[in-house]
Design a protein around this ligand. Structure first.
Ligand SMILES: *Cc1c(COP(=O)(O)O)cnc(C)c1O
Length: 371
């Protein structure tokens, strides 16, 4: 028997009749662009998150672009972020002509290190993008206080963390903007691309509303500014409205699966060799991925694949060492903790419907190698 890294079919099967009804509703209305499904989802997800403004858009990548653009970030500006993330975090900065400045992470959480942010601030620094990596909230208290002291904006990349909280606050509601992705494999995934920008501030949220429809807002055919076309599809919004009420129970199931791995690894006597993300006090993660540090990572990866255990490396190459960023001058050795993590991390199968048998098999395969 094999264990998939991620299987979306059980979730689909469980909710199939609800999806059928939602899709039929949109098709019957023949309203595919904006309209009541999109505003309905924006209202519901805004309420869920406790965000004053929730603005659907075409992808998580566009959410980051729209947020940076609304803050007028462009050529000559620097944006401090992490190199241990998906490419889009820094890609959005570069696309606007601004410069990503990568700083190191904390070894235990894999999240951006606030002390490293402080050390990288220059007169050109305009914003900080913390990423709540693998669904674990970054240290927003420290990050926001640095931002306040230096007059910087904070854009949370919450693409992996919808539903995670820090001292009761949802990720994506603690900075100036929160950016979410509904890519199918994310914890709240649609059936294609989709994204969301959140904010507590009306003035900058209104700029995002303009930018997502060619500046064609609030009055159609009158363009306040030059924007782009980046809307959330009505069909995707309808699918997300089916899934949203289940998100918290899925998050709890993911945390239970992580606890299940830890208990099994302890029983197998190999708990000290498989190191999980440390969870700071007050933080409730949603484990978009279950990423651990292991010894002899590449050999272990090959061993697990041979046993048909789905696994992956997030991320094999940090962003500061990507070819497209070579001109930034942050070469090998610039971010030692990030670089070490890239050599040691391994993602184990995790999704809400992962079974007890699956978890037994994963840990048995780990024990064969490590025991
Ligand atoms: C998925 C992801 C994005 C981009 O989202 P898309 O919807 O795929 O464009 C951005 N940042 C992080 C950290 C992500 O994981």
């Amino acid at each position: 028997m094999s264990v998939p890294l991620l299987d979306l079919k059980p979730q689909y099967n469980a909710l199939q009749s609800d999806f059928d009804a939602a899709v039929a509703r949109v098709i019957g209305s023949q309203r595919f662009i904006m309209g009541p499904e999109v505003t309905g989802f924006e209202d519901e997800v805004g309420q869920y998150l406790g965000a004053e403004h929730a603005i659907g858009c075409a992808s998580g990548s566009d959410a980051l672009l729209l947020a940076l653009w609304a803050l007028d970030i462009g050529p000559g500006d620097e944006v401090i972020t992490t190199a241990f993330t998906f490419f889009a975090t820094a890609g959005a900065v570069s696309r606007l002509g601004a410069t990503p400045v990568f700083v190191d992470i904390e070894p235990g959480t894999f999240n951006i290190d606030p002390a490293a942010i402080e050390a990288a601030i220059t007169p050109r620094t305009k914003a900080i993008i913390p990423v709540h990596i693998f669904g674990l909230p970054a240290d927003m208290g420290a990050i926001n206080s640095i931002a306040k002291r230096h007059g910087l904006r904070v854009i949370e990349d919450a693409a992996q963390s919808i539903g995670a909280t820090l001292h009761g606050a949802q990720t994506g509601t603690m900075g100036d903007f929160g950016c979410f992705s509904f890519f199918p494999s994310k914890n709240l995934g649609c059936w294609g691309d989709g994204g969301l920008v959140t904010s507590m501030q009306t003035d900058i949220a209104e700029v995002v509303r303009q930018l997502r429809v060619h500046g064609n807002y609030p009055k159609k055919y009158y363009h306040a500014r030059v924007g782009m076309n980046s809307r959330l599809d009505a069909l995707q919004a309808a699918i997300l409205r089916v899934k949203l009420p289940h998100l918290d129970s899925w998050g709890a199931a993911r945390r239970e699966r992580v606890a299940g791995y830890k208990a099994r690894l302890a029983d197998a006597g190999i708990a000290d060799q498989v190191v999980f993300q440390t969870v700071p006090d007050g933080s409730v993660p949603v484990y978009h991925q279950c990423v651990v540090r292991v010894p002899r990572r590449d050999d272990l990866l090959a061993h697990l694949r041979e046993r048909n255990i789905g696994c992956a490396v997030y991320y094999p190459r940090p962003l500061h060492l990507q070819e497209c960023f070579s001109d930034l001058g942050q070469g090998e050795g610039a971010l030692p903790i990030t670089e070490q993590a890239c050599l040691e991390v391994l993602a184990l199968p995790i999704f809400p419907e992962l079974t007890s048998d699956h978890q037994d098999q994963v840990v048995a395969a780990l024990k064969d190698f490590l025991g």
